[in-house]
Design a protein around this ligand. Structure first.
Ligand code: PLP
Length: 364
């Protein structure tokens, strides 16, 4: 169906362009011949800069030659980690609702996905008792993702402490997807999982330039972890992609080394949009949405409309020409919700909410 007037709030990518200084560094690298394969684990200067970054941000020092792997976005890092560490039949605990890549990646690795509920009534944090009750002798990996897609939740210190304790006691490998680490609001703080007691040695921290520097199409991510955990990913990566696009790595390097005002300004603008979206959603009878603390998604409850989330999203697409994602796309735990990305312009968001309100009046 052609929908030329449609406003798309379904995509998870910033509407910003990467910082100009980073793109210029890419052009320069191209003209200086950086068009060859890089080292399999990434351009050396980029790994050095990432080692400094994790130290500066979290006091974590990763050895650039053996503990950092530059990947094709966070997406490749997640798949490589699961392919490397799951044997057929091993169980991987993944969030429900959760980022759409986790379940298929576990299945590709011939593992068994075990869904950990993230309840709205518990601020979309996993409850330690639920996690414990789902662990069996086959459990190998737990995937955590904060700031969270699709809920926008951020995990507080005490909650992480409890989960870290379980991971240590039950000897789980933790894949901590922290691609939204810089996108937090209201003075909330993001804690890197690997900084908690006993966690550095069992955690693969997945990260990416996609969201922080609006570089989704350039495909640069990375994963940090102790050598013993990381080296099997390196092999998967080598035979899957050989290396990440060398020019994109130079752009990423310049983005990391340049002034960080870009990130601060982008997050400030997301914050403005976040307030608009949540306020307007709560003005429409039927929605219930608390203010998310991170990422750039609103995940309102839609029970008030008495419709399954796929039908509701279809209704909004047809009647309001606004595209959203049904919560069920993120797992059964996402039912009764839709996800709206506010990484679209303020003006588009205003218009989209206007249209939604008008269309939803037909239901009452
Ligand atoms: C939670 C989460 N992890 C990882 C990714 C992967 O992004 P990329 O492969 O562009 O780094 C995304 C993208 O939407 C995401 O939402």
């Amino acid at each position: 169906m052609e929908m030329p007037n449609c406003i798309n709030l379904s995509v998870g990518e910033p509407d910003f362009s990467p910082p100009e200084y980073a793109l210029e560094a890419g052009f320069r690298a191209a003209s200086q011949g950086s068009t060859h394969y890089s080292a399999t684990n990434g351009v050396a200067e980029l790994r050095d800069a990432l080692s400094d970054k994790t130290y500066k941000d979290y006091g974590l020092r990763y050895d650039p030659s053996s503990e950092i792997l530059v990947t094709v976005g966070g997406t490749e890092a997640i798949l490589a980690a699961l392919l490397a560490w799951l044997n057929p039949g091993d169980e991987a605990l993944i969030p429900n609702p959760g980022f759409v890549v986790y379940e298929p990646s576990v299945l590709l690795a011939e593992g068994t996905p075990v869904r950990v509920p993230l309840l709205e009534t518990n601020s979309f944090w996993p409850r330690p008792r639920d996690v414990t009750s789902l662990i069996t002798e086959k459990s190998r990996v737990i995937v955590l993702n904060y700031p969270n897609n699709p809920t926008g939740a951020v995990l507080p210190y005490e909650e992480i402490t409890a989960l870290a304790k379980i991971a240590v006691e039950r000897d789980l490998i933790v894949i901590s997807d922290e691609v939204y680490e810089k996108i937090v609001y209201d003075g909330s703080r993001h804690y890197c999982l690997a900084t908690f007691p006993g966690m550095r040695e069992r955690t693969l921290v997945v990260n990416s330039f996609s969201k922080t520097y609006a570089m989704t199409g350039l495909r640069v991510g990375y994963v940090c972890g102790p050598k013993e955990l990381l080296s099997p990913l390196w092999l998967v990566h080598q035979y899957m992609v050989a290396c990440v696009d060398t020019l994109s790595q130079h752009i990423a390097l310049a983005a990391l080394n340049g002034p960080q005002d870009f990130v601060r300004d982008m997050v400030r603008e997301f914050d403005r949009r976040r307030r608009l979206v949540i306020e307007r959603l709560n003005e429409i009878a039927g929605f219930r949405c608390s203010l998310p603390k991170g990422a750039f998604y609103a995940f309102p409850n839609i029970e008030g409309f008495g419709m399954p989330s796929d039908k509701f999203a279809e209704f909004l697409a047809r009647e309001a020409e606004v595209l959203t994602v049904p919560g069920s796309a993120f797992g059964s735990g996402g039912e009764n919700h839709i996800r709206l990305s506010y990484a679209a312009s303020y003006q588009k968001l205003e218009e989209a909410l206007e249209r939604m309100e008008k269309a939803l009046r037909k239901l009452t």
